[in-house]
Ligand binder design. Structure first.
Ligand code: NZQ
Ligand code: ZN
Length: 388
């Protein structure tokens, strides 16, 4: 653990089949006005909307609704929510849904009492938030992003063709509480389920593929990768396998609540590229990550060879027969690619709606430099062409 760190995560987690029973005690901590934020249709289909409304009524809350949040939430929706918070003097924003709904709720929380152009200030310029922020709570219905226990808020500005992630200070928008019942995820369509699974896998790899030291975080990350692979295979066979779905959900929450990132520089380049891909194609986040990842890792692996060898051996069981480190590392990446195929995820950008003309525009994404190789836009364009 070579780099100094401070760690605190303020989210209270209620996990399991009876987790919703904890909602009343959480609601008691806030005033009467609640903004209920949710997506298009799923929470009504699975009966969760009625259950939550009954609890809100029993707790004497005045409920204002913001429905229809898009997968890849839009900046216009964030502004609409901010207006509702001001107009109704909202005391708590309750997000019920997947990462998109929770991310939007966090954006609303910061935007409601902000002055000026929130997009420019908080997403493009990443300015500090000094205005009042409204508390957020969440009820998670889809495993993937980790938004239920982190302070990330990824918003798409359609007018500007930009999808930007903001990691707000933890204390501001990380959900005060999150209710995690794996049974809610049974109804997630397979395409979204595998998108979420790969999102988690990518979060783990983005943190893992950095650094040259012997770091406890890497051992924890390997443990989660192994658990996720095992649980995913079971969930593919039986989507209602509670044990599998609960393990996937917890891997997702643990995968991006910062505990695994301590003392790591972390990569996140695949995410930066995917966010730009998403801005142009509106593709499901995890699907985009899965298409980009093998091409990206084949492009950079020589710069972090020791770690890619370790990954091949520890995660995918590649055996050393004296074939050499490069061959071992490449076999690890090939097994990752095979796992992506096993999940049934498309292999090319074309299949998610990217065109050749878009590639240079997508390549215009942020280069972070925390991983093994500092990329420039020419590098990213080569990677994009490889998986086009
Ligand atoms: O709109 P509804 O009807 O709710 O349908 C949603 C949506 O169409 C559906 N769904 C969710 N729960 C369901 C369900 N369908 C049936 N049954 C259920 N129980 O699934 C679809 C996708 O939902 P979404 O919330 O978009 O998925 P996800 O959780 O993958 O969130 C993706 C967004 O999060 C961002 C992504 O970029 C993307 O915008 N990310 C957020 C991060 C963070 N906050 O830290 C980090 C991630 O890396 C990621 O960038
Ligand atoms: Zn992600």
């Amino acid at each position: 653990m070579l780099y100094d760190f401070s760690f605190q995560n303020p989210t209270r987690i209620h996990f399991g089949k009876s987790a919703l029973n904890k909602l009343p005690q959480e609601l008691n901590e806030y005033g009467p006005n609640v903004l209920l934020v949710y997506g298009k249709a799923s929470i009504k289909k699975i009966g969760l909307y009625d259950q939550v409304m009954d609890i809100l009524k029993a707790c004497n809350k005045n409920v204002v609704e913001l429905a229809g949040i898009n997968a890849n939430p839009r900046y216009t929706q964030l502004l609409e929510g901010a207006r509702l918070v001001r107009d109704h003097k909202i005391d708590l924003i309750l997000a019920v849904g997947g990462g998109s709904v929770i991310d939007c709720a966090k954006g609303i929380a910061c935007a409601a009492y902000a002055e000026g152009d929130v997009w420019q200030r908080y997403y493009v310029n990443q300015e500090s938030v000094t205005n009042q922020v409204v508390p957020v709570g969440s009820i998670l219905t889809m495993a993937g992003t980790g938004s239920e226990m982190n302070s990330g808020s990824v918003i798409t500005n359609e007018a500007e063709n930009l999808k930007i992630g903001r990691v707000y200070p933890l204390a501001l928008v990380t959900p005060r509480f999150s209710i995690l019942n794996p049974e809610y995820t049974y109804s997630v369509p397979k395409y979204q389920m595998v998108s979420g699974i790969f999102d988690v896998f990518s979060h783990l790899m983005e943190q893992y593929f950095s650094g040259n030291d012997e770091c406890t975080s890497d051992y924890l990350l390997e443990g989660l990768m192994l658990s996720l692979i095992s649980a995913s295979r079971k969930a593919l066979i039986d989507p209602k396998d509670y044990e599998a779905r609960s393990n996937i959900m917890w891997c997702a929450t643990m995968g991006l609540n910062k505990i695994l990132a301590v003392s790591k520089t972390q990569d996140w380049e695949v995410h930066m590229i995917e966010h730009q891909l998403g801005a142009y194609t509106d593709c499901a986040h995890g699907i985009g990550l899965a298409i980009i990842s093998p091409a990206y890792y084949r492009y950079i692996f020589r710069d972090g060879l020791h770690k890619f060898v370790r990954y091949a051996k520890h995660i995918w069981g590649v055996e050393d027969h004296g074939q050499g480190d490069e061959a071992i590392a490449l076999e690890g990446i090939a097994r990752l690619e095979a796992f992506i195929q096993e999940l049934g995820i498309p292999a090319t950008l074309r299949e998610v709606g990217a065109t050749e003309e878009m590639l240079p525009l997508i390549a215009n994404s942020t280069e972070l430099g925390g991983g093994y190789k500092q990329l420039n836009q020419d590098d990213i364009l080569i990677i994009l062409k490889t998986c086009f």
